[in-house]
Structure formats: structure tokens, C-alpha cells
Design a protein around this ligand. Structure first.
Ligand code: SIN
Ligand code: MN
Length: 268
């Protein structure tokens, strides 16, 4: 899927691009049918919220679920990355489903992803980005992603290692800096139904609040990196910071529907 010149320009200026309803209801049904089972799985890649059994993130799902193996190679998600990152050789730095579970979903503090990719993984440059696909609706109540538009233009900002607030350690930005950035750029929270896609720059400052609604806010994230920008430190496990730098081999656009038509079950 090719982005228009106008969309590319908007991404470069604002640091993100929102594409509502990019996947059909049928495709979303195929993806969503897998999620309860994935989040209930007891394995180290499924991280729980601090102090509860509620799922926070399921990592590396593309390696242990065949439907998500396909999604990780989906051209509607990978091609925009190829276009925006300027290379047809991209690999999956990280792949996760964030559950933001009904009643229990906890915050993600203000941060830039590249701060963590740089500090923990020694990624050479911010030529990496996120492609987020909403599995469930994200609305104003259930902890939608919040962005500070244009903040990616500030480059990598100073960050401190937060290992206490949530179950997932993150390099986060202090309140004074966030206050200053928000005065300049404001905050946006793109909201939409399942099948909507959000693309955002590795240096865009973002966060999300907790979810005390009855609506889980499932989002799947592809963090794509250029193969010539591969990480050089292997401190984090490969299921968090992938060490397999094989270029993504895209599948046809109907790969999810085809999977269903072949009558496969997730166990195959
Ligand atoms: C992230 O920043 O990696 C996740 C934020 C969210 O899912 O709310
Ligand atoms: Mn992030």
C-alpha cells in the first residue's frame, strides 16, 4: 500500500499518521479471535501488569502464533514503513500486542521509543518506527495513545530509566520537559475502531493513561527497523529486542483472508 505524497508530508511534519479503517471487519475478526488465547498464555513473553494477573503485553507473537506471523508480513503495514524509512530491507525490531486490559490496564509514561532502542539496544539512529493496528476500539476513555505532535523534531531527549512505575522498564521523560513540549505542540489522541492504523516516528513523544473502563484497548505494534540500522547491544532478550535481522518478506494483501479460506486453525 503506497502512501500519497500528502500523507508522507504530514508524517514528516507531525511525526504520525492516522489511517482509520484500513483493515476490514472480516480481517479484524480473524485477528481478534486469537487474542484471548494469546493473552491467557503462560509464557515469559506475556508480561503481566504490576501486582495483578492482567496481561500488559504479549511479545514476539509473530513467532508463536500463525495468524500474527502473517500480520507481521502484511503489506498494508510493512509497505508504509518501507516508504517512510526509505529502505526495502526492514526487519522486525519488536512485535507486541498491548492489552491495556479493561479495569486493569496501567499507564505508559511519556517517552520516545528511540530513547530505549538507543540506550538499551544501541540502535545507531532513529531510522525505525512503529506501525500500530487497533484490534479493539480506542476511545477517549480507555487509555488511547497520546502524542505530542512535532516532538520527533527535537531529536532524542534526555530520559531517565523508570523501573518502578510499571512492570515494563522504560526510558521516560521528566515532567518539566513534557510541560514545555505540550505548551508548544499540544496533545492529540487519535481514536478509532478496530482496523485503524497509526504510524509514528521513533522519536515522537507519546504516552497513555490507565484504563478503568470495561473496554480493553488491544493494539498490536510492529516496530520496524532498517536492516542497515540493526542493534549492536544484546542486553534485552531477543523477544523484546529482536536479534534476527532477516529482511521481512511481505505476503500478498489478502494473506489473512486466505489463511481463513484454507480452513487453518491457529494450532496449524
Ligand atoms: C508503547 O509506548 O510502547 C505503548 C503505549 C501504549 O500501548 O499505550
Ligand atoms: Mn512507546
Amino acid at each position: 500500500m503506497k502512501l500519497t505524497q500528502d500523507q508522507v508530508k504530514r508524517f514528516e511534519e507531525e511525526g504520525y499518521l492516522f489511517l482509520p479503517n484500513l483493515f476490514s471487519g472480516q480481517e479484524m475478526d480473524i485477528l481478534n479471535a486469537e487474542v484471548p488465547g494469546i493473552l491467557a498464555t503462560k509464557r515469559e513473553e506475556v508480561v503481566r501488569e504490576k501486582g495483578t494477573e492482567a496481561p500488559r503485553s504479549a511479545f514476539y507473537v509473530q513467532t508463536w502464533n500463525p495468524v500474527y506471523e502473517r500480520l507481521a508480513r502484511h503489506p498494508r503495514l510493512v509497505e508504509p514503513g518501507v516508504q517512510l524509512l526509505g529502505s526495502d530491507k526492514l526487519y522486525m525490531h519488536q512485535f507486541k500486542i498491548n492489552a491495556k486490559a479493561a479495569f486493569d490496564g496501567a499507564v505508559w509514561q511519556w517517552h520516545q521509543d528511540y530513547a530505549t532502542w538507543h540506550a538499551d539496544d544501541d540502535m545507531p539512529s532513529p531510522r525505525a518506527m512503529n506501525i500500530a493496528l487497533f484490534l479493539a476500539e480506542a476511545n477517549e476513555f480507555n487509555g488511547p495513545l497520546m502524542f505530542i505532535p512535532k516532538s520527533h523534531r527535537k531529536g532524542r531527549l534526555a530520559a531517565g530509566h523508570d523501573v518502578t512505575t510499571t512492570s515494563y522498564p522504560l526510558w521516560t521523560i521528566d515532567h518539566d520537559t513534557i510541560t514545555r513540549l505540550v505548551k508548544e505542540g499540544g496533545i492529540v489522541a487519535p481514536k478509532g475502531g478496530p482496523g485503524s492504523v497509526l504510524l509514528f516516528h521513533g522519536n515522537l513523544v507519546h504516552a497513555s493513561g490507565s484504563n478503568i473502563t470495561p473496554w480493553s484497548r488491544w493494539i498490536v505494534y510492529l516496530s520496524l527497523n532498517r536492516c542497515d540500522n540493526a542493534i549492536r547491544r544484546f542486553k534485552r532478550p531477543t523477544w523484546i529486542a529482536n536479534r534476527d535481522f532477516t529482511p521481512i518478506d511481505m505476503l500478498p494483501d489478502d494473506c489473512l483472508l486466505r489463511y481463513k479460506r484454507q480452513g487453518k486453525s491457529a494450532a496449524e
